[in-house]
Design a protein around this ligand. Structure first.
Ligand code: PEP
Ligand code: MG
Length: 583
């Protein structure tokens, strides 16, 4: 049994499919001079087959899901045809008589070393893309990956160093019941992805790819981060039973999508969805969200070769608004820097990217695209039956709010001057910086609403990087300092009669939900997959009960004390949700 970090709740048992196996035990083989020509042909043939696969995948995903999601395969084709990629591998085959597999492995190692020290998620993801392409070529060279996958009994447990974008899409037809990865924290790409699909996941298990082989039976317990390799028959049957219960529970919960989100004593709660793109908006509707509480617009920019212009943004926002429940969408302006960068903004590497030139700070220095985005958002709200709100990330000072309001006023005036229709859009800010929490009353007087970005707020309060598994024990929302700050902010918003939502990952966690409800929060925005769970929890909760639990939690002095209290309380309030409860 291994212990990692549970990042997506639930329990699964299945057959391991190790995605990077080929690179953990690489083939290092020299070929004979006489084999060089044949090896080159083998390599070129594999590349051609990969190109054909990628084109077919693009077509399939574009028609079944949408061109945005399919775009990744175009990007992979571009990597495949990149002259430096192709020529390096060919040169090593010719000059150093590497087998094609060895040459590919060397290429990957070279790039991995280059990117190793980067904190830049954009570059890391490009490395993930490169690895994805290399694995595909490798698969065609050895002809082992696909047939092996086809013969494995379902459900599958994916085991990977990190999860790659296309693996999730292409394995879509195979039943994937669990995910185990070596790297990544609770808000990493793989974790968010697993949660959005409702698949149990454990991360932070360094070296797990050496411990698990494809075909092994593996248990993933996303509640407490346990992974069991080849369990004995009793353990396996206990987990099989739990897995059946987990599937039943998910099916049963999904049926509550049309029920209202109210507590047992009749208090309404607003359950909104966090989305990145159109398919997330559709998932939000399917899961019974009442609107979108956070639309992260970065992905629109990250998947575009340059800055999308006003008309392109307008079209994208309109499409999202039309697909969202009640046409209610809170659009967040660009939140780049920190862990997400785009090269065309001239973003340089910084020693402390999360404390640096990111988010609203970066937007202020690019008035040309900032104003364009604000104009596109204002115009997207012109439809009379939509409810669009605009929010600004990482606000630290009152001066920044004033500056934002001035830019919005100017953008409105320019639309009036040009006779372009636009809608009534409320303006709010994301409370993510402790400085803004300390001065919440002053900030509130200048905005229409607040959205608490607890992912960032917690990392800044605890001085613990949200993506670093080594400090994950500190980056915890259910800790005395975080609860005190959240209580102060929510109380201040209610006293000032300002709408407040919480849109960080904790909004979808049962334990945190009870405490936040006790603080008076009534609006929560989360991954669509969590909405049925939270609706069910609300049905079991009363205001009096939540307030009493909060008072007890606020008296506790340690994180472990709070976790113990909340584990017991979830067990009492909604024992049927125990399987979906995580620390
Ligand atoms: C947050 O910080 O809580 C948040 C919702 O924003 P993001 O995760 O995009 O930083
Ligand atoms: Mg944030």
């Amino acid at each position: 049994m291994r212990k990692g970090i549970g990042v997506s709740p639930g329990v699964a048992i299945g057959t391991a499919y190790c995605i990077h196996e080929i690179f953990v035990n690489p083939e290092t083989r020299q070929i004979d001079k006489s084999e060089v020509l044949a090896e080159l042909q083998r390599y070129d043939g594999a590349c051609e087959r990969v190109a054909a696969d990628l084109r077919a995948l693009y077509q399939k995903v574009a028609t079944q899901v949408g061109p945005d999601e399919a775009g990744i395969f175009r990007a992979h084709e571009a990597i495949l045809h990149d002259p430096s990629f192709r020529s390096k591998v060919r040169a090593w085959i010719v000059d150093e008589q590497h087998s094609a597999q060895s040459a590919l492995h060397r290429l990957l190692e070279e790039y991995t070393k280059l990117f190793e020290s980067t904190h830049d998620d954009y570059l890391k993801e490009r490395l993930a893309d490169l690895r994805d392409v290399v694995i595909r070529i490798s698969g065609h060279l050895s002809d082992v990956l696909q047939p092996q996958l086809a013969s494995l009994p379902e459900p599958l447990i994916l085991v990977a160093a990190e999860l790659l974008p296309s693996q999730v899409v292409t394995l879509g037809k195979r039943q994937v019941a669990g995910i185990v990865t070596e790297t990544g924290g609770g808000t990493s790409h793989a974790a968010i992805l697993a949660r959005s699909r409702g698949v149990p996941a454990v991360t932070g298990l360094k070296g797990i790819l050496r411990a698990i082989k494809t075909g092994d039976t593996v248990v993933v317990d996303g509640r407490d981060g346990h992974v069991v390799i080849n369990p004995d028959p009793e353990t396996a049957s206990a987990y099989l039973k739990l897995q059946r219960e987990f599937f039943h529970l998910k099916d049963a919960l999904a049926e509550n999508r049309d029920q209202p989100a109210v507590t047992a004593d009749g208090e309404k709660v607003e359950l909104l969805a966090n989305i990145n793109n159109l398919s997330d908006a559709q998932a939000a509707a399917a899961m019974g969200a009442s609107g979108v509480g956070l639309f992260r617009t970065e992905y629109l920019f990250l998947t575009h070769p340059d800055v999308p212009d006003e008309e392109e943004q307008l079209a994208a926002y309109r499409e999202i608004i039309a697909a969202s429940p009640s046409r209610h969408v809170t659009i967040r302006t660009l939140d780049l820097g920190g862990d997400k960068t785009i090269p065309y903004l001239g973003h340089a590497r910084e020693a402390n990217p999360f404390l640096g030139w990111r988010s609203i700070r970066l937007s202020f220095e690019h008035p040309e695209f900032f104003t364009t985005q604000i104009r596109a958002i204002l115009r997207s709200a012109a439809e009379p039956d939509s409810r669009v709100r605009m929010m600004f990330p990482m606000i630290t000072t009152l001066e920044e709010i004033r500056r934002v309001r001035k830019i919005v006023r100017k953008a409105r005036q320019s639309l009036i001057d040009q006779g372009k229709p636009f809608g009534d859009v409320q303006v709010g800010f994301m409370l993510e910086v402790p400085a803004a929490a300390m001065t919440i009353e002053t900030m509130l007087a200048n905005v229409d609403f607040v959205s608490i970005g607890s992912n960032d707020l917690v990392q800044y309060l605890m001085a613990a990087d949200r993506d670093n598994p080594k400090v994950n024990h500190l980056c915890q929302p259910l800790s005395p300092p975080v609860l005190q700050v959240l209580n102060k902010v929510i109380t201040a918003c209610r006293a000032a009669n300002k709408p407040v939502t919480l849109c960080g990952e904790m909004a979808g966690a049962p334990r945190a939900f009870v405490l936040l409800f006790g603080m008076g929060l009534r609006s929560f925005s989360m991954s669509p997959a969590f909405i049925p769970t939270l609706k069910e929890l609300a049905h079991h909760l009363t205001r009096e009960k939540a307030e009493a639990i909060l008072q007890r939690a606020l008296c506790l002095k340690t994180m472990s004390g709070i976790q113990r209290l909340m584990a017991d309380q979830i067990g009492e309030i909604a024992p049927n949700l125990k399987l979906l409860d995580t620390a």
